[in-house]
Write a protein that binds this ligand. Structure first.
Ligand code: SF4
Length: 307
């Protein structure tokens, strides 16, 4: 028996959202998705419609859905897509092509940082360093730093990232298990800058389950990368996400409930946690807990092995 969409009551429903007890047709699902992004931005006061907002786009489904939905929800806002070409053989070229295609489709300005031509190395080069077994950790440090650089180039103080509900809850569990309270607090929807000239980091997809980003991309015909990074491997985060999916089968609102309670806990945690003592890196001037920041240390290391 065909189920009819609960919203328009005319088209056949294709998407079942058990946590919201909703069956939707593709059009109503896209509307539902964009409305949730709009409401999340407004609820956490992420930006004002006339602000300039940088959007970190990797080419993956989450960040591509983010850019498209933000542009649809806030048509007068000046969004600028920020992309890092990591120089990963075959993969990075594919990602950049997808990002360029979406930026063109949405008529959004695009700023790219090319690791190889601007800094003289690629993420692949870390295979020759002590990071060969934890390349993603080095890559994460490089990306966090360079998105700040890109935001500065684009003259924006707001940086939107594609972290979804599953990312946040899975990372939250990881940090909780490890007692990593200062990192736990950094998962909040709006993260203030560590130093005055840095960006406010916002997570407009914090209430969006991961699987809905893929559906939104498919229904909205958004280009996104179709290959996986050759360095991606199964991590604790992936195991946590699988566990969340499993628990959500029995209790569809499980992930949302975890997030809701976590958001209530943040102000208490913030008061209890000692703020890290920061100085500025003597090489790049970015905030750092040591004389030389993690980014500059990794750059120095990879350049040495390249020589
Ligand atoms: Fe970087 Fe790892 Fe992601 Fe590849 S999978 S882009 S190495 S963080």
């Amino acid at each position: 028996m065909t189920v009819t969409c609960r919203r328009c009551r005319s088209a056949p429903a294709e998407v079942q959202l058990a946590y919201a007890k909703l069956s939707l047709c593709p059009n109503c699902f896209q509307e539902f998705y964009v409305n949730r992004v709009r409401r999340t931005v407004e609820e956490f006061k992420m930006f004002k419609p006339k602000d300039k907002v940088g959007v970190a786009v990797s080419g993956g489904k989450d960040s591509m859905a983010l850019l498209h939905s933000l542009k649809t929800a806030f048509p007068i806002t000046n969004f600028i897509a920020l992309h890092i070409d990591l120089g990963i053989k075959d993969y990075s070229k594919h990602c950049k092509e997808k990002v360029e295609k979406l930026a063109k489709m949405l008529d959004v300005e695009l700023e790219v940082f090319d690791l190889e031509s601007e800094l003289g190395f690629s993420i692949d080069d870390f295979r020759k360093t002590i990071y060969r077994r934890k390349l993603c950790s080095a890559c994460g440090t490089i990306k966090r730093h360079l998105f700040e650089v890109l935001a500065e180039r684009a003259k924006t103080r707001i940086l939107a990232t594609g972290h979804n509900l599953d990312d946040v809850v899975a990372t939250m569990l990881n940090n909780f298990f490890n007692g990593n309270w200062s990192q736990l607090v950094r998962l909040k929807p709006v993260l203030k800058p560590l130093m005055p000239n840095q960006t406010f980091k916002i997570k407009p997809l914090i209430k969006t389950p991961e699987e809905e980003n893929l559906l939104y991309c498919l229904y909205s015909e958004i280009p996104f990368r179709e290959v996986n990074c050759p360095h991606a491997h199964t991590e604790r985060l992936k195991e946590n996400k699988d566990m969340l999916q499993y628990l959500s089968k029995g209790n569809p609102g499980f992930r949302h409930q975890m997030l809701k309670n976590f958001l209530k806990l943040i102000p208490i945690l913030e008061k209890a946690i000692e703020k890290p003592k920061l100085t500025t890196c003597k090489i790049c001037g970015f905030p750092s807990s040591a004389e030389v920041c993690a980014f500059c240390k990794r750059v120095e290391m990879v350049r040495k092995v390249k020589k």
